[in-house]
Design a protein around this ligand. Structure first.
Ligand code: CP
Length: 348
């Protein structure tokens, strides 16, 4: 039986805050909503409710899946551009008449609607790792309605939910599924750690045999790695770190190659953000591309995943992303259904 109590009013900022059983419930609800959407069965679970969405960064999938999802459930998702309101700012980062303290924005929006969703990472917080996560947690502290993380500098839990949901659809279960999260080359170093960190959290939490592969110097947050090891142990499975893309791809059921920036050049690992220094390390690793040769190593049954947008010709070849092993469109579609489940469960 699906256990749906205990969700109402909760924030969704990281998967770390939810048990494996709760994530399974979210996926069950998401699959039910996906079926209802497919057959045109009404599901106005959030009739007349409002989700406020604050985007400090650009988005295609996240914005449109939340907007479509709220429409389908009878509510409204309201888009807020920080440049067109008084940009929500933490105490100490305020600028008269152009920002407004997060505590104040959160309490105002909480009087008017039923959920607040925020995307914030990178330039808006000066590339100080953890600062965007602090902004979202500060919203959650002050708002007495659910706060949803639409991607910060640490986590992208909505992407991770769609990822594990897609794995479940393709394999039926997580046990024995070898899930390889790999770094891949991009001409842009301006990519946060949120997607790979949430992907390995999701994969280990749900019980996949998880591999994290990257060139030396592209490490993720030590706390995330520590937690993944705990999840892998709890699930009696494995979590390995590898430094060779070809070795990592051998025997993979799922490969998920994408770029992320080099943490050594952002605070707190560096005194100040010097992302351009990442470029040198990036450029030494152009061979970290997911192309036909790499997919041959993975094998014909291996599936290719990416959160999108992907950098074609750099992270991945056209032949792979557009080829028969690619499941990126299913992943993108599941953003809609996963987030509808999160909203239906928390914003009721
Ligand atoms: N994957 C993802 O979050 O896509 P957007 O940046 O388009 O929202």
């Amino acid at each position: 039986m699906v256990k749906t109590d205990g969700f109402r009013g909760r924030d969704y900022i990281t998967m770390l805050d939810y048990t494996r059983e709760e994530i399974e419930t979210m996926i069950d609800v998401a699959l039910d909503l996906k079926r209802k959407f497919a057959v045109g069965e009404p599901h106005k679970l959030l009739d007349a409710k409002t989700l406020f969405m604050i985007f400090y960064n650009q988005s295609l999938r996240t914005r449109n899946s939340f907007e479509a999802g709220m429409t389908q459930m009878g509510g409204h998702a309201h888009f807020l551009d920080p440049g067109k309101i008084y940009a929500p700012a933490l105490e100490g980062d305020e600028k008269a008449y152009s920002t407004e303290r997060v505590s104040d924005v959160a309490r105002v929006l909480a009087r008017m609607g039923h959920g607040i969703a925020i995307r914030c990472y990178g330039d808006p917080v000066g590339w100080i790792y953890g600062r965007a996560n602090e902004v979202i947690n500060n919203f959650a502290h002050w708002a007495d309605i659910p706060v949803i993380n639409m991607e910060c500098d640490k986590y992208h839990p909505c992407q991770a939910l769609a990822d594990v949901m897609t794995v479940k659809e393709k394999f039926g279960d997580y046990k024995g599924v070898r899930f390889v999260m790999s770094w891949a080359y991009s001409p842009s170093v301006h990519k946060p750690l949120a997607v790979p960190q949430s992907a390995v959290i999701g994969a280990t939490k749900m019980g996949c045999e998880t591999v994290l592969a990257h060139p030396k110097g592209m490490e993720l947050d030590d706390e995330v790695i520590k937690q993944c090891k705990i999840y892998a142990e709890e699930n009696n499975t494995s979590f390995e770190i590898m430094y060779d893309i070809e070795e990592a791809f051998e025997g993979a059921d799922v490969v998920y190659p994408k770029a992320w920036t080099c943490r050594e050049f952002i605070p707190p690992w560096n005194d100040k953000p010097e992302l351009e220094k990442s470029q040198e390390l990036f450029d030494k690793n152009k061979h970290w591309i997911c192309d036909d040769d790499k997919m041959k190593i993975a094998g014909p049954k291996s599936l290719y995943m990416h959160c999108l947008p992907c950098d074609r010709g750099f992270e991945v070849s056209n032949s792979v992303v557009d080829g028969p092993q690619s499941i990126v469109w299913d992943q993108a579609e599941n953003r809609l259904h996963g987030q509808k489940a999160v909203m239906a469960l928390t914003m009721r």
